[in-house]
Structure formats: structure tokens, C-alpha cells
Design a protein around this ligand. Structure first.
Ligand SMILES: Cc1cc2nc3c(=O)[nH]c(=O)nc-3n(C[C@H](O)[C@H](O)[C@H](O)COP(=O)(O)OP(=O)(O)OC[C@H]3O[C@@H](n4cnc5c(N)ncnc54)[C@H](O)[C@@H]3O)c2cc1C
Length: 320
């Protein structure tokens, strides 16, 4: 059976991850006249496949990975290989996240296909499609073309439209089981490192610090600005946590929290894709950065070219 595009579904907090809808949007751009198919590999007993078929109207394969106590790159790779070997496809679309980057490039290589990660857009000319992938903290974009007939594409969350498509029918759900045993890696389950901050989850205004805040003491300015708002919370980029200045529960981004507040204020944050993927669905983005070429300005609604600490001091003065 010929299948043009296959989408690897994602879930988050027991819901369909909006990035799955972004992948459907991307599939529509790549092959507007053909419906993609969804594959949902899982080691749990959730009925997310049914939910996906209802919300998308697309055919969903629930690929049950038996006997695994948690995510295991070896079994996921083998299960997906077994599934894909029955298919003819041009693209496999997946989210550019830690798990997929862990096993998808190896899977693509095993099947003799190209793999392009961190895709933030596409460029179509008459007879070819190229994929945009940010380089040098988002200051440049590489234009990449897969060499092989089929390609695995890892799309950066936040780069495409996340609106569920309007289908009137419910898609078909197909069950497939993979029962192979891993040879090299045995998963012993998962441990959750640290909960996200409750304030951050509920915040309507998020004031976030990046490396450009320069001194740990300046975090006080971030905190005071956040407390100006009724439902305000502080947050930060990863280097702030890595330096031990704030707990990881405040980190926003691919390996931290995903936030969708009314206002997100990025202070001294460059705008790496790993950070953007956690806050790009905020309603209004305000960026304060002293570099006029900072990539965050491409994502912001309000761009302020200023020293972050001086700006916050003035802002607090005006507001008090
Ligand atoms: C697998 C993986 C996962 C990751 N996950 C995440 C994640 O979840 N979240 C995350 O944030 N990062 C994550 N990262 C790290 C990410 O790639 C970036 O390194 C990080 O986001 C950069 O943080 P930053 O913008 O604070 O720092 P930088 O990139 O160093 O940027 C600092 C910015 O501050 C500006 N600046 C400097 N001085 C001032 C000043 N005085 N006033 C105003 N602006 C100033 C600079 O112009 C610059 O734009 C991840 C990386 C990897 C490899």
C-alpha cells in the first residue's frame, strides 16, 4: 500500500501533544492532496489512538510495544522498523524532541533513509522541497534537501500550525503489537526528576531570565516583576538552572516546562529553538535583549533592545 506521509504521534500529560497537529499541518504542506497516516507507538495501555482518530479523522496505528516497563530506544527502534518495513512512504514526520532524537536518526540510517532534525520551515520551488533548520543560535538557517527518496523529518515544536484539522469522520484505529525482546538495553522504568512549579503552570504572565541577566542578584528583578501581576511567575532558560541560580522546575523549553501564558517576557534570552519550543504558544511575547540580531526578536511581538537589568529596574520604578 502506498502511503505518502506518516506522522509519529506524541502525547503529553495524558493528552495529545499539540505538536502532533503541527505535524499534520506540515504533512498538508508537503502533500496537500493526500491524507497522512498516524502511528502511535506506546508501551502503556492508554486509548490515545482512539482520541487521535476522533480528533484528526485519520487512520491511526496503535503500535503496542509489549513487555517494556518504560521507553526503551532499542525496542522502539525495532518496533518502528517492523511497522515501517510494511509501508511505502515519502516522509516520516516526528517532533524534534529528546526521545525522538534518541532513536529516530538511527532508525532512518538502518532503513537507508535521510534524517533531518530541527526543521523550522520548508521552502518549495518548482520541483524540489528544502527544509529550514536553524544554526548558530538561530542567527542563520540551513537549507537542507534529503538525498534519499524517503526521509525522516524532525520538526521543531512551535514551527507549524497546531490547530486540529476539521474532519467530519472518525478515523480507523488499527492495532499492531511488537513483542520482540531487547538484546542490549533493559528498561527498569522511569523516575520523575522534579515537578514543574505550580505557579508557572497556572501563570498568566511569565517573566523569564536568560544568561543575559548576567548576575544571580538580578534574578530579584525578575521575581519582583513577576509579582507585579496577579497570576505572575518567574521562569528561566536552561543555563540559569545549569549554573544553579534557579531550580530546574522553573526551566522553560524542550527539556523543561511548556507554557502558554497571556504574556511571556524573555529577558536576556537568545531564542534557541530548545527554548522557543516551550513558550512559542504564548499569546504575547515581549523580548528584551541588547543584541538587535538576537533570534528571539523573530518570535517576539514587542522587541526591546536594552540591557535587561536596566530595563527591569526602570519598569519596576514606573510600576511602583
Ligand atoms: C538537548 C537539549 C535540550 C535543551 N533544552 C533546553 C530547554 O528546555 N530550555 C532552554 O532554555 N534551553 C535548552 N537547551 C539549551 C539551549 O540550546 C540554549 O543553549 C539556551 O536556551 C540558551 O539560553 P540563553 O538564551 O539564556 O543563553 P544564551 O544563548 O547565551 O543567550 C543570552 C542572550 O542574552 C543576551 N544578552 C547578553 N547580555 C545582555 C544584557 N546585558 N541585556 C540583555 N540581553 C543580554 C545576548 O545577546 C544573548 O542573546 C537545550 C539544549 C540541548 C542540547
Amino acid at each position: 500500500m502506498t502511503q505518502k506521509t506518516i506522522i509519529l504521534a506524541e502525547e503529553i500529560n495524558q493528552e495529545i501533544n499539540p505538536v502532533t497537529f503541527e505535524l499534520i499541518d506540515l504533512a498538508g504542506k508537503l502533500a496537500p492532496s493526500e491524507d497522512p497516516e498516524i502511528v502511535y507507538p506506546t508501551h502503556t495501555d492508554t486509548d490515545r489512538a482512539k482520541q487521535l482518530a476522533e480528533k484528526t479523522g485519520l487512520r491511526v496505528t496503535r503500535l503496542k510495544i509489549q513487555g517494556s516497563r518504560g521507553y526503551n530506544p532499542e525496542t522502539y527502534k525495532q518496533a518502528m522498523q517492523t511497522y515501517l518495513e510494511q509501508k511505502r512512504f515519502t516522509y516520516l514526520l516526528a517532533a524534534n524532541n529528546t526521545r525522538n532524537r534518541d532513536y529516530i536518526p538511527a532508525l532512518a540510517h538502518r532503513l537507508g533513509n535521510s534524517c533531518i532534525s530541527q526543521i523550522s520551515g520548508i521552502k518549495q520551488s518548482e520541483n524540489k522541497i528544502c527544509f529550514l533548520s536553524p544554526m548558530f543560535a538561530g542567527k542563520y538557517e540551513a537549507l537542507l534537501e534529503p538525498e534519499t527518496g524517503s526521509a525522516f523529518l524532525l520538526a521543531q515544536p512551535g514551527s507549524f500550525q497546531a490547530n486540529p484539522p476539521l474532519f467530519e469522520t472518525v478515523g480507523e484505529v488499527v492495532e499492531q503489537t511488537y513483542a520482540g525482546k531487547p538484546k542490549f538495553i533493559h528498561s527498569q522504568g522511569m523516575e520523575h526528576d522534579q515537578e514543574e512549579s505550580e505557579d508557572l503552570k497556572k501563570a498568566q504572565v511569565v517573566v523569564s531570565a536568560g544568561r543575559g541577566i548576567n548576575e544571580q542578584d538580578n534574578l530579584e528583578l525578575i521575581k519582583r516583576t513577576a509579582t507585579l501581576f496577579n497570576k505572575g511567575s518567574m521562569a528561566c532558560s536552561r543555563p540559569i538552572c545549569d549554573m544553579g541560580w534557579l531550580d530546574y522546575k522553573y526551566q522553560v523549553g524542550e527539556t523543561g516546562a511548556t507554557v502558554t501564558p497571556e504574556v511571556y517576557m524573555a529577558c536576556g534570552i537568545s531564542g534557541s529553538m530548545q527554548h522557543i519550543s516551550g513558550m512559542s504558544r504564548s499569546q504575547l511575547i515581549v523580548a528584551v535583549n541588547k543584541d538587535p540580531g538576537a533570534s528571539i526578536f523573530n518570535h517576539a511581538d514587542i522587541c526591546i533592545q536594552e540591557d535587561a537589568a536596566s530595563f527591569l529596574e526602570t519598569f519596576l520604578e514606573v510600576c511602583s
